[in-house]
Design a protein around this ligand. Structure first.
Ligand SMILES: [Zn+2]
Length: 80
């Protein structure tokens, strides 16, 4: 599990290039540390794509945080 400060990431899925570099995050299973809500972020559904990263946005409270791709890459599920 990864604590980003405002969210606890449990699973991160994304697209990688041939060298294994993370290009885009497609799904993030996480828990909001503000309201303890557990949710799955998908593009435009709690997950907002940014160049070089993404914004996690809690569906239950105003908590949100921008997380860089480098940070996500540390928690990427390699079996996708
Ligand atoms: Zn929340």
């Amino acid at each position: 599990m990864a604590d980003t400060g405002l969210f606890l990431l449990s699973d991160v899925f994304g697209q990688e290039d041939d060298s294994g570099r993370l290009l885009q995050v497609t799904q993030v299973v996480c828990r909001c540390l503000e309201c303890s809500c557990r949710f799955t972020g998908r593009p435009n559904e709690g997950l907002i794509d940014l160049p070089g990263g993404a914004i996690l946005s809690c569906p239950k409270c105003p908590n949100r945080q921008a997380v860089s791709l480098a940070r996500f890459a540390d928690f990427l599920q390699k079996n996708v």
